[in-house]
Design a protein around this ligand. Structure first.
Ligand SMILES: Cc1cc2nc3c(=O)[nH]c(=O)nc-3n(C[C@H](O)[C@H](O)[C@H](O)COP(=O)(O)O)c2cc1C
Length: 199
């Protein structure tokens, strides 16, 4: 038997990404915690709330770095989860207890690394960092769909087997599953097109 259920949102299990953007006027860096992303080839598509500072920065700028979070930093992420870099907090967020935060790097204990292919900073605590430029923004009523083009992928050497292969046993992505933080510790097997390293 199946039961039809109603949900406002349905986060059935997505990797957590710390998206860094830059305010092109003030040059201030911001972190937006996101999980609505998918990737195909050189593109990454992300879903963003219209009032998020990250989206406001992307609308007038054109670069974003997607820092992939590992399971070990979930508590740092939860420390910045109820904050926004947008000083004009919309009512629905204010009612939910969100506070303005000028420096989420400091609050979450994240370390900035300079960008290589783009101006947006990378986050040292994230073993995989993807630098992108924005190619297209489709604005809907409540959110925007942003298509980013990958310009550079940077992987911490500790997570690499050799110069081009990721040691998958050393990469433990943080997964957001129905608003619970979880990890992918248990391997079931690999796909027939598996191309990385596994001991
Ligand atoms: C684990 C997690 C995943 C989230 N995923 C998204 C998302 O995919 N898109 C989005 O717009 N907001 C998402 N949020 C909410 C934003 O992080 C939140 O609105 C935040 O205030 C945005 O920060 P900013 O205004 O500084 O950009 C997520 C929050 C958490 C904790």
């Amino acid at each position: 038997m199946f039961k039809k259920i109603e949900k406002e949102s349905f986060y059935y299990g997505f990797p957590v990404v710390l998206m860094t953007t830059k305010d092109i006027k003030s040059q201030e860096d911001n972190i937006t915690v996101i999980s609505s992303t998918w990737t195909l080839g050189k593109s990454i598509v992300i879903g963003l709330g219209l009032h998020n500072k990250g989206f406001l920065n992307l609308k007038v700028g054109s670069e974003a770095t997607l820092n992939l979070a590992s399971a070990s930093i979930w508590e740092n992420i939860e420390r910045i989860a109820k904050t926004t870099g947008n000083p004009t907090i919309p009512d629905y967020k204010r009612q939910a207890g969100y506070k303005y935060c000028f420096d989420k790097f400091d609050l979450g204990g994240f370390t900035k690394m300079v960008g290589k292919e783009v101006q947006t900073v990378r986050i040292q605590e994230c073993p995989i960092q993807i630098e992108t430029i924005v190619n297209d923004i489709t604005q809907r009523k409540k959110f925007a769909i942003v298509e980013c083009e990958i310009k550079g992928i940077f992987v911490n050497k500790k997570n690499l087997y050799d110069d081009s292969h990721i040691d998958v046993d050393k990469w433990d992505p943080l997964i957001y599953k129905f608003r619970e933080y979880t990890s992918t510790r248990h391997s079931l097997g690999t796909n027939f097109r598996f191309q990385e390293f596994k001991s």
